[in-house]
Design a protein around this ligand. Structure first.
Ligand SMILES: Cc1cc2nc3c(=O)[nH]c(=O)nc-3n(C[C@H](O)[C@H](O)[C@H](O)COP(=O)(O)OP(=O)(O)OC[C@H]3O[C@@H](n4cnc5c(N)ncnc54)[C@H](O)[C@@H]3O)c2cc1C
Length: 284
């Protein structure tokens, strides 16, 4: 289908983009990689009058280090995140999850920030960002603010980014030397996650010293399996022990029921996939 007509602007600074956004009010929309927004426009699920493309703003894209944090620009493509050596070294979980997003075409166009702001509960980058305690830097009319991951995802397709704001970068505390894995359960290749589990662990002498577990598509927002994280601390990196500590990963969650599986099946999957992710993280 063809979208409703709209005006298009491609500002070269964040300030200019914020001004355009303020002028457009409810009728403005940010365009990043367009991999979610363009289908929404073509299906006429939204009809903004002003599109503000961030693609020409230098400085919103790229990966860098800042002390104990890895900094990923909002406009950095999934392809770059999946292949960047700094991401691999300091945030292996983000690298592995990015590699599972869609196909090469989508990974070259779609952006890290766009996926996080879009906040599809089946999106693969939300749970890893939550598990790693990412911080989201948001620019708005009143200046810049930083929102922690546990306050960023507010509901279905809803984040802390306001209508008049732009996500500029994501700061991820380094987990250098940790093992990580992202288990994405799908029926066919290149499908959205039916359930996904993000795991990062720090191992000392064959025993788990710290664990982070994030769950994809187990509710309207990504979830942190904190009880499982605690149960894993002190656990030997062996199948029986890990399976016992992770079996309840789906407890207390409210996942969707659809043609891919009902909520009970998803809760069962969460336990199975968490064990697999932790054991795989132990060798990765
Ligand atoms: C065929 C296909 C398969 C896919 N499969 C997967 C998959 O398996 N796993 C997965 O995780 N994702 C998948 N995706 C989605 C992909 O990850 C998209 O890249 C992502 O959802 C949106 O990123 P984008 O840069 O394209 O954002 P856009 O589509 O441009 O924007 C999405 C939304 O975020 C807003 N926005 C974007 N950037 C900013 C910003 N910096 N500040 C404020 N607002 C912003 C836009 O206004 C819009 O509302 C798939 C997409 C397609 C088309």
């Amino acid at each position: 289908m063809i979208p409703e007509a709209f005006d298009y602007a491609a500002p070269t600074t964040v300030e200019e983009a914020l001004t355009l956004l303020a002028q457009a009010g409810d009728d403005g929309k940010i365009l990043a990689g367009g991999q979610s927004l363009i289908p929404v426009l073509k299906l006429r699920l939204a009809a903004p009058e002003q599109i503000i493309d961030l693609g020409k703003i230098a400085g919103l894209s790229g990966v860098s280090e800042d002390g104990d944090s890895l900094v990923i620009g909002a406009m950095t493509s999934h392809h770059v995140v999946a292949n960047d050596p700094l991401v691999a070294l300091h945030a292996g979980l983000i690298q592995k999850a990015s590699q599972t997003v869609a196909d090469p075409q989508v990974r070259h166009r779609g952006t890290f920030g766009g996926a996080l702001v879009h906040a599809d509960p089946a999106g693969d980058l939300l749970a890893p960002a939550l598990a790693l305690d990412a911080a989201f830097v948001i620019a708005g009319p009143g200046g810049t603010r930083t929102v922690p991951a546990d306050d960023f995802f507010r509901g279905l397709f809803t984040t802390a980014v306001g209508e008049d704001e732009i996500l500029t970068e994501v700061r991820i505390p380094k987990t250098t030397g940790w093992g990580s894995d992202y288990q994405k359960f799908t029926r066919v290749a290149q499908q959205w996650s039916i359930v996904g589990v993000a795991a990062a662990i720090r191992v000392e002498g064959g025993t788990i010293a710290e664990a982070r577990i994030g769950l994809t598509n187990m509710g309207s927002v990504p979830l942190r399996a904190t009880a499982v994280e605690q149960a894993l601390v002190g656990c030997a990196l062996e199948a029986a022990a890990v399976e016992a500590a992770t079996a309840a990963a789906g407890d207390g969650t409210d996942p969707p029921s659809d043609t891919n599986g009902d909520a009970d099946f998803r809760r069962h999957l969460a336990g199975v996939l968490t064990a697999r992710a932790v054991l795989a993280a132990g060798v990765a």
